[in-house]
Structures are given as structure tokens and as C-alpha cells.
Design a protein around this ligand. Structure first.
Ligand SMILES: C[S@@+](CC[C@H](N)C(=O)[O-])C[C@H]1O[C@@H](n2cnc3c(N)ncnc32)[C@H](O)[C@@H]1O
Ligand SMILES: [Zn+2]
Length: 292
């Protein structure tokens, strides 16, 4: 992203609505953005606008999930994930314009923009992230805000993105309805969804294992690939059975998407897929959707 051309927090006031009273008249006042109607005030810290009480609506279970997640996110991502992330950028670049106003819902806790927007040169990119990890981001961020209650006025954005965040959001129906509200009828929703089909996961794991690591490791893994594939397939089928019974299978996710339920979910949300791509050997689905 080109420094200097980016949006500043001060300019966000035009797009925002007050999280307390819902009115649109926000203005910048010494180190804060305040509501002209009710006086509610949001602290500005560098590029972050702080929503200190927005998470109160979320459950204790969600809070516990985040405690497990933060150290994981802080470890950073592998090279292969970085490449996949940039591929999602390429997918969006087909229809996303540089001057589009875009909100990244669940943008993560990194200081730099995520890899999927790194090469897009977006001039009006805003991140939204509930985890209050204050790390002086190099892009405007609604820190502490949540997908279920976007502090954005109706129809002022051109697009929103969910990059591997949909399976972390507690009330996904509420979040998608909010996303539709802020982009209006002409807007676009870009989704990067991890898919939990046993066969895809098993193939992905086997594929990664023989592609990564030292030569010796790769050779041994290559020899063991079939066993690994069969084992993962068995493990995933077992997980699906547990999921069907409503048993939680890991501490991170609220739900799991599969090829089938992405289709039914889109219909349920009143969205129509414009384009979609299943990325081979990654268990990832990219979708561009619009209000149906
Ligand atoms: C797997 S991370 C993805 C981060 C980033 N988009 C990326 O791909 O590098 C999922 C993100 O969703 C966020 N998230 C969880 N619940 C959320 C909610 N209710 N509203 C918005 N984001 C949420 C998490 O805090 C986390 O940063
Ligand atoms: Zn207000």
C-alpha cells in the first residue's frame, strides 16, 4: 500500500454512525471522535479508533475462545498461508477498484495490512478487529468493534471482506445482515472461507506434508502420505459426526463450513454468488457475493 494515500482516522467520521445512539453526526475533537447528538466519545490512538465497550454483547465462550486465539495469531503465518492470502487478494482485484471504500471484518492483529490487501493499493481500506491488541497498526482500524454491530452508516461502503473470519463470528446471520446494510444493494461481499470437507482436508494435509520441510522429511512423508491421508480422512469423518451431534471440536471456531453448507448459507443470507473459486489443495473457497 502506498503510504500517504491512505485514509486517516479523521476521515472515517463521514462514514460512521455513533455506536451508542446510532446517529451519523460524528466529529473529531482532541484525540477523540465524538457524537454531536449524545456526546458518546471514542478514543483515537494513532490509526486506531477504540470501541471499548462493543464486546459486551458477546458471550463468555467467545471471550474464552479469543484468549486461546491471540497467542496463535501472534505466532504469525506460514509462508504457504501468506501465498494463499495473496491469492485471495488476486481474486478480489478482479472486481475491486483502488478507490473503493472497503471494510475488512476481522482483519486480525498484525501491524501491517494483511497479505491479501498488500498488493491492492486500496486508498480507502479500513480494518475492523474485536481483539483489543493495541499495536499501532499502519492502517485505519476500528479496534474492539464487532461484526454484529458495525458502527458504519447504511450503504456508504462499496465492499466488505471476511478473510477466514466467518467461522469465528458468533452471530454470523447478524454479521452478514450488517455487512449487507453497510454496502447497500450495489455492494460486494468478498469471502475467504475454510472448508471442512474430510476429503479436502485429508488431501491438503498430505499435500502440504510432502511439499514442506527438509528433503529427508519430505521423502519420509511422501512414503507415509497414503497412511496420513487415510488417517486424516478417518479423523475428519469422526469430527463431522461429533459436529453433527453439536460437540465442539476445537477451541477456535464457532462453526464449520463445507461445500454444501456454503451454498445454503448464501441463500439463507439473501446473497447471490457472483464468482467463486475453490483453491486446489488448500481447503479454501473464495466467494464474491452480492445481495440477491
Ligand atoms: C483467522 S483470523 C483472520 C485474520 C485476518 N483476516 C487474516 O486472514 O489474516 C479471524 C479473525 O476474526 C476475528 N473475529 C472473531 N469474532 C469476531 C466478531 N464477532 N467480529 C469481527 N471479527 C471477529 C478474530 O478476532 C480474528 O482476528
Ligand atoms: Zn450518539
Amino acid at each position: 500500500m502506498l503510504p500517504g494515500r491512505m485514509l486517516t482516522v479523521a476521515k472515517l467520521t463521514d462514514m460512521m454512525k455513533c455506536p451508542a445512539c446510532g446517529h451519523g453526526g460524528l466529529e473529531l475533537r482532541e484525540g477523540a471522535i465524538a457524537c454531536r447528538d449524545c456526546g458518546h466519545s471514542l478514543r483515537v490512538e494513532g490509526n486506531s479508533l477504540l470501541f471499548e465497550s462493543a464486546q459486551e454483547g458477546l458471550s463468555a465462550e467467545w471471550q474464552a475462545q479469543q484468549d486461546v486465539a491471540v497467542p496463535e495469531y501472534e505466532k504469525g503465518t506460514e509462508e504457504s498461508v501468506d501465498a494463499l492470502s495473496r491469492l485471495f487478494g488476486g481474486f478480489m482485484a478482479i472486481s475491486l477498484r483502488r478507490d473503493h471504500k472497503v471494510l475488512d471484518i476481522g482483519c486480525g492483529i498484525t501491524r501491517e495490512v494483511p497479505p491479501y490487501v498488500r498488493d491492492l493499493g486500496l486508498e480507502n481500506y479500513i480494518g475492523l478487529e474485536p481483539l483489543m491488541v493495541s499495536n499501532d497498526p499502519h492502517y485505519p482500524k476500528l479496534l474492539g468493534a464487532i461484526a454484529e454491530a458495525l458502527p458504519i452508516r447504511d450503504g456508504v461502503l462499496d465492499a466488505v471482506m471476511f478473510a477466514t473470519s466467518m467461522d469465528h463470528i458468533e452471530d454470523i446471520d447478524g454479521a452478514v445482515s450488517e455487512a449487507k446494510r453497510v454496502v447497500g444493494l450495489e455492494g460486494r461481499l468478498y469471502m475467504w472461507i475454510g472448508i471442512y470437507d474430510p476429503d479436502i482436508i485429508a488431501r491438503t494435509k498430505a499435500f502440504h506434508n510432502i511439499m514442506l520441510g527438509s528433503r529427508v522429511k519430505k521423502t519420509l512423508r511422501f512414503l507415509a502420505a497414503h497412511v496420513e491421508y487415510s488417517y486424516t480422512l478417518w479423523q475428519m469423518k469422526d469430527r463431522r459426526k461429533r459436529l453433527a451431534k453439536g460437540i465442539r471440536i476445537d477451541p477456535y471456531h464457532c462453526r464449520y463450513y463445507t461445500r454444501e453448507n456454503v451454498g445454503t448459507s448464501l441463500a439463507h443470507w439473501g446473497l447471490e454468488a457472483v464468482r467463486s473459486v475453490e483453491v486446489p489443495n488448500t481447503a479454501s473457497l473464495f466467494v464474491e457475493a452480492r445481495p440477491a
